[in-house]
Write a protein that binds this ligand. Structure first.
Ligand SMILES: *[C@@H]1O[C@H](CO)[C@@H](O)[C@H](O)[C@H]1NC(C)=O
Ligand SMILES: *[C@@H]1O[C@H](CO)[C@@H](O)[C@H](O)[C@H]1NC(C)=O
Ligand SMILES: *[C@@H]1O[C@H](CO)[C@@H](O)[C@H](O)[C@H]1NC(C)=O
Length: 337
């Protein structure tokens, strides 16, 4: 012990000094403006800053929406269509049940078949003349087409080929075990009918049948699925098609424009075209029996008043017809990979 703490008064002073130190320490750590309240305040400020940032982002989005609403007819149209269910004159509003195609097929116990008329039009077989035997990336156009169709869970596909065509059967085709070959006819429609008659031994009346051009190798899986979904959900025949975009002219005497034709309700038909086995067979047989000129399956269905829906296709689902088209198809297939 130090000398100074020996007297009573100095002990009292020492105790007082300790007390003062304790009180000051307490005020430093816990008092108003002390260490801990200061920390708590900093934390509060940080939280408020986060809330402010969120509010600022929300305001920015709202401002953008207000701008869109003020300026964009598209936003208004989207709101009218999607939220209010409004349609333009001559439009039909179709809401698709989001039923998965494969579930749907299984539930209904239906199969999908594909028919590919590949006989040309009655000419003698010439591998070089038939566009389906041109080669893109080491594969014939036909092989590309068959590969695309097999993006769907097919029960089988039938190729209707020319009598002298011994080449088709030698091609490496996707899911070759699902392939069938039958004889084509003089015209496309005859080939399709032959294929339907061939399918009779496997297909049920309610099974779905696709008909697709051999020379349309760029059709996408999404379009194929949309088509099947429409056929199943709307219980209807359907085809891929796109609205006509170009201005149309009615021409007389080879080159005299008579007038501009309204394109409002005009669509360009593509393939695939889908129907049920029994409807399609009946339609084609009836139309042929009445000497109706049939350029696609839908025209036969229309002839027997069977409803057919259009399903939005894509402009890159081209049919290879002219030499230029082959180059285009190469580019499209490349870009789709
Ligand atoms: C294309 O075929 C040739 C010969 O058959 C082969 O050498 C080449 O590797 C093939 N190319 C591709 C991309 O498959
Ligand atoms: C589908 O339509 C056909 C007539 O085209 C009708 O016979 C059949 O009962 C319909 N099926 C369903 C599930 O609505
Ligand atoms: C278009 O055809 C109609 C009917 O044939 C005719 O009356 C009209 O004069 C033609 N118009 C033109 C610009 O050729």
């Amino acid at each position: 012990m130090l000398e100074v703490f020996k007297t009573t008064s100095s002990k009292v002073i020492a105790v007082l000094a300790i007390l003062i130190v304790v009180v000051l320490q307490y005020r430093f750590w816990f008092g108003e403006g002390g260490h801990f309240p200061h920390q708590a305040l900093l934390q509060q400020i940080e939280q408020q800053a986060e809330v402010n940032a969120e509010l600022k982002e929300r305001n920015r989005i709202l401002a953008a929406e207000v701008y869109d609403l003020k300026n964009g007819a598209e936003a208004i149209e989207e709101h009218a269509r999607l939220d209010l269910g409004l349609v333009k004159p001559h439009e039909t509003f179709v809401q698709m049940k989001p039923m998965k195609m494969t579930t749907n097929l299984r539930q209904n116990n239906r199969k999908i078949w594909a028919i590919v008329p590949a006989a040309g039009s009655g000419r003698r077989f010439s591998k070089t003349e038939l566009k389906q035997y041109q080669v893109i990336q080491n594969q014939t156009v036909l092989a590309h087409t068959i590969a695309r169709l097999n993006d769907l869970p097919l029960a089988g596909y039938v190729l209707a080929v020319g009598e002298q065509d011994h080449y088709a059967q030698t091609l490496p085709l996707k899911n070759k075990h699902l392939s069938h070959f039958c004889l084509g006819g003089a015209e496309r429609v005859d080939s399709v009918l032959n294929a339907l008659r061939y399918l009779e031994q496997f297909a049920q009346a309610d099974d779905l049948v696709f008909v697709h051009d051999a020379a349309r190798p760029c059709v996408t899986q999404q379009c194929l699925e949309n088509l099947v979904d429409t056929a199943i959900n709307l219980n209807s025949s359907a085809i891929l098609a796109i609205p006509v975009r170009d201005t149309l002219k009615f021409v007389e005497n080879q080159q005299d424009i008579n007038k501009t034709v309204s394109r409002d309700q005009l669509w360009q038909a593509q393939t695939p075209q889908i129907s049920t086995f029994s409807k399609l067979k009946k339609a084609i047989e009836t139309a042929l029996a009445n000497n109706i000129i049939i350029t696609d399956e839908a025209s036969a269905l229309e002839y027997i008043n069977e409803p057919v829906k259009v399903v939005m296709g894509r402009s890159d689902n081209i049919k290879i017809t002219y030499p230029d088209d082959l180059e285009l198809a190469k580019l499209i297939l490349q870009s789709q990979q």
